[in-house]
Design a binder for this molecule. Structure first.
Ligand code: PLP
Length: 377
């Protein structure tokens, strides 16, 4: 069976975890957590990065830092993971869903302005498949209306927009290091903070509302409860695991991109024949090969293709069910404007196996089986 995903593993993880054990420091904010934080800061240009236990929790931290309150409105795409929505619903916000673009499946920047009301507090772009949203347009709108931007860059580590790292452009950016992502610690994430003015508040929120971070730096001689917060910091054991992969981020990225290009080249003929649609990467975006998807004619064809691949021992899966049509989405949100593409495109999308270590011959085999399917259609 060709798995849909295999968590990344480079080999040094065990050694670093052993080092963390030898350090007698496996709680949060130990040496490996600090090294991961620095790595993110140096590689993205963000002012402050803090590892979290998931991207879900990084988004929750961002909602707290943005001071989202009951009755505030937040503009998000409906085509996303539940955590993008929950973070704001937990603070009492109303979700305003906008349609996606059919080419990138990202929030359509042209739909944002008309969705803004006096209650709007933030825009939450999701960089689907590690391909950036149209950030210049989006940031300009945010500036004109004095709105915060929280980037859900769960899938966007090592991807860029006009040379800038995803997650580093908005006020806050959120990464995921879940086992399905390009770099992993099992469960994990990070919050990126563009402006140093939020850094101390973020440290406090992440450390149960205490000033433990200041204490660890020797700035206070005991730590105490100073504000609201929760526990958002991971164990240094997990950070050690992640750091081994961050050190080899370029190599992992290039290996994934090579398989992505191979998929594209092998399937281009089917796109030319009008059988399927391949992903679009706008010129200003450098993607990280987080995902390789194709779009079939409709959901019926997708179902048959999934079955055909399964019979040939290949795991291919679809993705999000649009949030606005889910039970909770109907309670907590409204769709602004017309759902021209969200539902339609989500029903066509099929993700093919993609992971670090996927072999060239496996991609040939997978694409051969897809060609075989379309020869018979
Ligand atoms: C767009 C998006 N946001 C948030 C998340 C949540 O990430 P985590 O599992 O690290 O909480 C995911 C997970 O797949 C995601 O795809």
């Amino acid at each position: 069976m060709i798995n849909f995903n295999i968590p990344p593993y480079v080999g040094e993880e065990i050694q670093y975890m052993q080092e963390a054990i030898n350090n007698k420091k496996i709680c949060g904010d130990g040496p490996f957590t600090k090294r991961c934080d620095r790595w993110i800061e140096e590689n993205t240009g963000t002012q402050k990065a803090l590892l979290t236990t998931s991207c879900t929790q990084a988004l929750e931290m961002a909602a707290l830092l943005a001071d989202i309150k009951e009755g505030d409105e937040v503009i998000i795409p409906s085509y996303t993971f539940v955590s993008t929505a929950n973070a704001f619903v937990l603070r009492g916000a109303k979700l305003v869903f906008v349609d996606i673009r059919p080419d990138t499946l990202n929030m359509d920047e042209k739909q944002i302005e008309s969705a803004i009301t006096p209650k709007t507090k933030a825009i939450v772009p999701v960089h689907y498949a590690g391909v950036a949203c149209e950030m210049d347009t989006l940031m300009n709108i945010a500036k004109n209306y004095d709105l915060l931007v929280i980037e859900d860059a769960a899938q966007g580590v090592m991807a860029e927009y006009k040379g800038r790292a995803l997650g580093s452009m908005g006020d806050f950016g959120c990464y995921s290091f879940h086992e399905t992502k390009n770099y992993s610690m099992g469960e994990g994430g990070a919050i990126l903070i563009r402006d140093q003015k939020y850094a101390e508040e973020a440290e406090i929120i992440r450390e149960k509302g205490t000033d433990r971070s200041r204490f660890l730096r020797g700035q206070v001689d005991k730590y105490t409860w100073v504000s609201k917060g929760s526990s958002y910091l991971p164990s240094d054991l997990n950070a050690a695991y992640l750091f081994a992969q961050l050190e080899q981020a370029k190599q992992i990225n290039e290996a994934r991109r090579a398989r992505w290009r191979q998929y594209y080249e092998e399937l281009e003929g089917l796109q030319k024949n009008g059988c399927l649609k391949l992903p679009t990467v706008p010129e200003e975006c450098r993607h990280n090969a987080h995902m390789f998807y194709i779009k079939t004619k409709d959901s019926d064809e997708r179902k048959k293709l999934i079955e055909h691949l399964k019979q040939n021992e290949i795991a291919a899966v679809f993705h999000y069910i649009p949030l606005h049509s889910s039970p909770a989405g109907k309670i907590y949100g409204v769709f602004h404007g017309k759902d021209q593409y969200t539902t339609k495109e989500s029903e066509r999308l099929l993700r093919l196996p993609m992971y670090y270590g996927l072999e060239e011959k496996q991609v040939y085999y997978i694409t051969e089986k897809i060609k075989e399917f379309y020869r018979a259609v």
